[in-house]
Write a protein that binds this ligand. Structure first.
Ligand code: ADP
Ligand code: ADP
Ligand code: ZN
Ligand code: ZN
Length: 753
């Protein structure tokens, strides 16, 4: 124990999750990195012990009449923590957001812009509220400030390649060719019945689709006397969607609805009046569409003395985003479209100029989504935050971030109940000598793949322009392991998304954003194990299976089977607390009397995958548990809410449910997120098996251990956004060492030393 006790945070007897009564010292105003295989207990210490205790202590400082409105925190299972400052968690969860949150509003930059425009913009249109898309006086009236509208998709309702005489021209019952509603269009005399809709003149198309009710001037003979003509879209709304008929056909209608950019404000969210107010030719909406790097330049060019203070403050905040490597984002970008890594970096930028000092900041793999070149900038931001007098705690696997640490706490030795101990605490150099799994992995050199597999075929992707892609043409090898590398925002996901949309065969796309989870989904529900386990309980006890479901009869009445109580907060992110009635098990107490092999349903669902695999050995569904072990998730609990899993863990759960595929295209977005080098080694074995079984793998990846072991590498860049979108390199990892363009090459070379 260090002598100057005031300079250390001391955690005594921590027992959360798998922690084994550990004691740890963390230097204040320094950077401490927590390492160890996934599931070893890093988050249990940082998040569930340190951050949780700080939150609870903070709550207790509020007067009791305020406390009754705050969620009640259980005391984390720790003896005590000495010298703990206020703790702020900057993780990868999207800030509590809705479609009204943008990068601009979340970072408070948009609020400053509104002030700027209300003072300097020409012509003046009012006070700063008048520029807000969340305020009635500034919002676009059509989309009410959302920037998007949800509407009938006419291309799904009408087949533009057909004429009115063709079967199936209008895809809705009662509008079918020959039916009575169709006759209003065919008998109106307004259209050439053999002309394809696609060939209608703009006036004809407008009449056919959108005309309000009109009386025909010269109605044909077979036209009902009192009937009016009406375009198909308003007619669908008036006589179908808003009527009982719409309810009957809800399923068909749901498929015909699409979300578009708002045609009125073209996605800018603000109304005409706001768009007309400009500074040097740019409206606030135009400003919000600039990449942040350019927005910062624009602010510098404003010369009006009225703007001096605002200009300084805006520049500070825009630079913070730029410096952390998010210069390619726009302020208009919806927070809910950011990746986990981008969301976390946005939070860092928001706090970096904060006047507060002596705060503990807890980070969750801040390197996620970052290329080695981007990490240089991240490191500068973290050092800046530390040098403001803050304590930085980072859960990380990336060698470059681990190297940055003033102090390292290495957890292990293994995952779950095999972990939960401090294996090493001290300097980086000491870690390399320590002989722990982490120390050994960091000093081991992973070789470049000398025998890359040859592609069986190549998919010729041509002229890709999705998002920032600059007319990219590239051959994508099939039947091998391909890594797509490059700077954050360079277009890797966009390239894979375009490929996915064009591809005709089976594809399993496991992106960071693509797995929908609710607090009710768990590994057991996701892998369809729950039904099987319930059936076994029902049979053993001779009662109905629904009794063992927390989504049904077995639900704890207090939390309705969620296991947690979610409290919405006005001034912070919503907060989840464990349900006190069922203690988080989700089950009603009377269900627990029924046993299987001596265990209650709550006990079985509380098992780790490893424990369950032993308990259910020989059952027909045990292969699914085996798959979870193969993707390195044996330590997860069957009932752990999927919302508590990291992006990388989620991807591996999904991967586990597809391990028996053959001839499938797999696209994954940083599957190594949250993985220790030793976990990566195991995952690579699995990837090789998948390729050998006839699948094609495309991994968006940054970790050199993966890039070096790939069969083929495609690198995009050089920068993010408009500074990226080009192919810098394509070839084998060996070829990369010869490439002059690749910005990854120097890092690969360095890693071989
Ligand atoms: P790491 O951060 O090192 O990956 P964690 O601290 O997340 O590890 O997990 C350590 C152990 O605790 C694992 O076995 C994990 O399954 C378990 N665990 C983590 N969070 C929970 C939770 N909310 N409920 C139950 N078990 C958990
Ligand atoms: P990478 O995967 O290499 O990090 P992306 O393909 O996600 O890069 O992003 C490439 C560019 O496209 C960036 O400028 C990014 O801001 C933009 N972009 C990505 N997703 C969206 C989206 N949903 N809406 C608008 N722009 C996007
Ligand atoms: Zn609009
Ligand atoms: Zn409950």
């Amino acid at each position: 124990m260090p002598s100057d006790t005031q300079q250390w945070i001391r955690i005594i007897n921590a027992n959360e999750n798998n922690l084994k009564n550990i004691t740890a010292d963390i230097p204040k105003k320094k950077i401490t990195v927590f390492t160890g295989v996934s599931g070893s207990g890093k988050s249990s210490l940082c998040h569930d012990t340190i951050a949780a205790e700080s939150r609870r202590e903070l709550n207790e400082t509020f007067p009791s009449f305020v406390q009754q409105y705050l969620p009640k925190y259980g005391r984390p299972r720790v003896g005590r923590i000495e010298n703990l400052p206020v703790t702020i968690v900057l993780d990868q969860k999207k800030p509590a957001s809705n479609s009204r949150s943008t990068v601009g509003t979340y970072t408070d930059i948009y609020a400053m812009l509104r002030l700027l425009y209300s003072r300097v913009g020409r012509p003046f249109i009012g006070y700063s509220d008048a520029f807000s898309f969340n305020h009635p006086s500034g919002m676009c009236p059509r989309c009410e400030g959302i920037g998007e509208v949800t509407d009938l998709d006419v291309h799904k309702l009408v087949d533009f390649d057909k004429s009115l005489n063709d079967e199936g021209v209008i895809n809705f019952p009662a509008f079918t060719t020959g039916a009575w509603r169709w006759k209003r269009y065919a008998y109106s005399g307004l259209f050439d019945l053999d002309k394809k809709i696609r060939d209608y003149s703009p006036e004809e198309l407008d009449l056919f689709l959108y005309s309000p009710q009109i009386k025909l001037d010269n109605p044909p003979d077979n036209w009902p006397k009192s009937a009016k003509f009406e375009g198909i879209v308003p007619r669908m709304y008036r006589s179908v969607i808003t009527q009982k008929e719409g309810k009957r056909h809800q399923k068909i209608l749901d498929e015909m609805v699409s979300t578009y950019q708002c045609p009125e404000c073209r996605g800018s969210r603000v109304n005409e009046k706001v768009r007309s107010c400009k500074i040097n030719g740019l409206s606030i909406a135009d400003f919000a569409e600039l990449p942040i790097t350019e927005a910062a330049e624009f602010v510098r060019s404003i010369e009006d003395p009225v703007a001096r203070d605002l200009k300084k403050e805006l520049t500070l905040r825009l630079s913070a985003l730029d410096e952390i490597g998010l210069g390619y984002l726009t302020l208009a970008r919806g927070v809910n479209t950011l990746s986990g890594g981008e969301a976390q970096r946005t939070k860092i930028a928001k706090y970096i100029n904060s006047a507060l000092a002596d705060i503990v900041y807890v980070f969750d793999e801040p390197s996620a989504g970052l290329h080695y070149a981007d990490i240089e900038r991240l490191k500068r931001s973290l050092l800046k935050l530390r040098d403001h007098g803050n304590t930085i705690l980072i859960v990380e696997h990336h060698p470059e971030v681990i190297r940055l640490a003033d102090h390292i706490i290495d957890m292990g030795p293994l995952a779950g109940s095999g972990g939960g101990e401090v294996m090493y605490a001290g300097s980086y150099e000491g870690l390399l000598e320590s002989g722990t799994l982490t120390g050994k992995s960091l000093s081991k050199i992973v070789p470049v793949n000398k025998n890359p597999r040859q592609a069986k075929e190549r998919y010729r992707l041509r002229h890709a322009t999705f998002h920032n892609l600059q007319d990219v043409s590239v051959d994508l090898p099939l039947g091998v392991l391909t890594v797509v590398a490059g700077a954050a925002g360079s277009g890797k996901s966009s390239l894979m998304e375009q490929f996915r949309q064009e591809w005709n065969g089976p594809v399993i796309s496991i992106g960071q954003k693509s797995i929908g989870t609710t607090s009710r989904s768990t590994p057991a529900t996701y892998l369809d194990l729950s039904d099987e386990i319930r059936a076994l309980f029902a049979k053993a006890n001779n009662v109905g299976a629904a009794l063992f479901s927390f989504n049904s009869k077995g639900a704890c009445p207090a939390c309705n089977g969620k296991g947690v109580i979610v409290t919405g907060m006005h001034f912070m992110d919503p907060i989840e607390t464990v349900c006190e009635v069922c203690d988080g098990t989700r089950y009603a107490s009377d269900v627990l009397q029924y046993k299987l092999g001596g265990r209650s349903i709550a006990e079985v669902m509380g098992m780790s995958v490893d424990e369950a695999a032993a308990f259910f050995a020989g059952q027909p569904f045990s292969g699914r548990l085996d798959a979870m072990q193969r993707v390195g998730l044996g330590y997860l609990r069957l009932n752990q809410s999927m919302t508590t899993l990291s992006g990388g863990e989620l991807q591996r759960v999904k991967l586990a449910s597809h391990l028996n595929e053959k001839g499938t295209l797999f696209i994954m977005d940083e599957p190594t997120e949250g993985l220790h080098p030793d976990d990566i080694r195991k995952l690579m074995v699995l990837f090789d098996q998948l390729v050998d079984e006839g699948n094609s793998l495309f991994l968006i990846e940054h970790r050199l251990d993966v890039i070096k072991q790939a069969d083929w590498v495609i690198e995009l860049g050089p920068g993010g956004g408009t500074a990226g979108g080009r192919v810098l390199f394509e070839g084998t990892p060996g070829d990369m060492l010869e490439s002059r363009e690749s910005i990854t090459r120097p890092y690969v070379e360095k890693s071989m030393e």
